[in-house]
Design a binder for this molecule. Sequence first.
Ligand SMILES: [Zn+2]
Length: 843
Amino acid sequence: MWVMGMMQAPPPVGPGVPRTLAEARAARVSALRYELHVTIPAVVTEPVMATETIRFALADASSSLPLDFSEPGDHISSLRVNGRNVPVQSVDGHVLLPAAALLAGDNEVRLSFRAGDASLNRNPDYLYTLFVPARAHLAIPCFDQPDLKAKWTLALDVPGGWQAVANGAETSRDEAGGRVKLAFAETPPLSTYLFAFAAGRFSVETADRNGRTFRMFHRETDAAKVARNREAIFDLHAAALAWLEQYTGIPYPWGKFDFLLVPSFQFGGMEHAGAIFYNASGLLLDQSATQNQLLGRASVIAHETAHMWFGDLVTMRWFNDVWMKEVFANFMAAKIVNPSFPGINHELRFLYANYPAAYDVDRTAGTNAIRQPLDNLAEAGTLYGAIIYQKAPIVMRQLERLLGETTFRDGLREYLRGHSFGNATWADLVTLLDARTPEDLAAWSHAWVEEPGRPVITTALRVADGTIASLTFRQADPIARRGLAWTQRLAVVVAAGGQVRTLPVNLSGLSGDVPAAAGLPAPDFVLATGEGLGYGDFVLDDGSRRYLLAHLPEIPDPLTRGAAWVTLWEEMLDGRVAPAALLDLALRALPLEADEQSVARILGYTEQAYWKFLDEPARARVTPELERVLRAGLDRSTTASLKSAWFSTLRDTARSQPVLEWLERIWRKTETVPGLPFAEPDDISLALELAVREVPAWQEILDQQLARTQNPDRKARFAFVRPALSPDQATRDAFFESLKDPANRRHEPWVLEGLTYLHHPLRAAASERYIAVSLGMLQEIQRTGDIFFPKRWADATLGGHASSAAANIVTGFIAALPPDYPDRLRRVLLSASDDLLRAQRGR
Ligand SMILES: [Zn+2]
């Protein structure tokens, strides 16, 4: 475009943050500093005003320099470059600093502006920034790319009575005239996506651990709940910090350590340097917390704390390598959590935490490689998902085994030291590790990191005269023309002649023999996923499949049992095991299962099989036995965490009148579940499940629950979700209609809960009408929402559906997509609809 009055046409930049722009800027800009002063009004509808000084050195001042800011140009009231007033030239979400005003060497840019609200998460009495992956420029002018790290100085002017937290330590606080002015220390070099602040009505808890003061900001109104959780939360942070300092050999890099618990936060946590933000419900647990919730809390704390080194201290150069920070955070978290839970089988935990979720995406036509190309940060959000969070740690564990723990750790130490307060790429790390091993890491990385999908691994078992003649595993690429072979080590379990042996196999070419199996008696079963190690689509031989469906609960080793469960679930999805047969196995296995993690996993499979893979007549047949098994499990359990796992599955699958009446009595507090205390969130969940089943008093239950709810944040969420549960179609239509306005989608967890109930399996037939419109909104959802929102939106829309009519809507929708539809969103649709389409094939 040509702008009147300019000496020259601005260079074309384009919307978002294109990679070309980022590379050009990184080559020109250095020694960057931001000084930001933000004034937050007491009234949420009034604008947030700010002034900003940006200082940097410029290598080349011969052309204009784009600053990112997605608000209209007239929201900037003043722009001064090196002391001169400059007219605001706003193009495609960039403010062009004209070449004529720039200097080679030091520059200073001063702005006064009205901040954008889109990434400020404003609520009536608090707000918090969430700038990942490139949403800082939705609020403030900046160079919004991870490799232009800057030192940040922040001052906030907030309403009286508010607290505030930021990356730097608070250096001054003045309260006057009903306002509070706070200043924060300058940070070490920090990427824009890690810069953060929050202000509002927060309570602050403080604790000292190992000579360091930790501060926890929160909005929980239940004092007993805070008291019950606070020591554990501080302990877990201190343990994670100590572990990481020891492992990396680098002291905690960010000075002070604060964290904020946000009600209905978009993610589990976000690793803002020195000021981690968490979803409050993940840390402040109720007495009814399950073992998975307790482990999950420790994991998310360890994950975000690990990011202080992996991601914050050393950052990917570009978001195509965002997986690197996530894989190390998750991989380290698994190691960190272990000592805090000595009673847990951690190999089993690794299996359950990573494999099923990774397969959920990797088995679908919508899967992606761990490392993906990225041309523009506007699309960075779609890189996130199970492949990064769950497949990558599996792959990283292989790499650690390939190199050995010490070599691997030393390589990481060198990587962190060499790039501290800077940026690095996957190639930088591979080069560094490759020098420490004879293995060909580049070839290994190609199959596992650069390519999508998983191998199909089949068992070829020959038995002659009652003994094993040969045992071979063959791998095939599901994309035949690609012909990829994945190198991995398997631990093959062979149960034969009353003995269970685990035999190692190196799978590197197209097949791998197990010579040690030859001559063993004909086996009961052969399982290639022993030790929870192998990754792929494993096809059992017919005899092993039959044996496992009949005898799985008899396998003595919990890890082998777990691996068998994960394998059989995939077999069911591939159509080699009938859903009803798997559910039957689950109901026989549950009463015998001694490991709490496995109980939770089998309960999860039970619920999924029931709602997604059985039709209504089949559900009706199994309901009495299902309810009986779940009720018996609840009565038999001796811990609150285990009772909670049984109870929530029963609550979410209950259908019969006696069970619903019993649940209603529990909600009314006229009956209790011995050994299972109920807190406000439990009451809310129970009220919602009763309402969606339209028990006679559903309306009164919802009214009373709203009145009963004490915590204002939970009350607001409940009021938001409630119309999605109405038996009245017009009310539900209006709820769905309201979601078309992005302003009504600001609280993403609220929206997802509402959508999930709107599309509840019991309402599925009536909600098919929303599917196409909902999927049609994905592009806009991606543009306006946070990183996980598009996939979660698609999952919440499709998760409750199992009918062929719904499947036809989705296949029709995907078939009709225009050729220029974003590939990443197409893949989101393919992976979100995978279960629904598989359920059809299984009928
Ligand atoms: Zn993370």
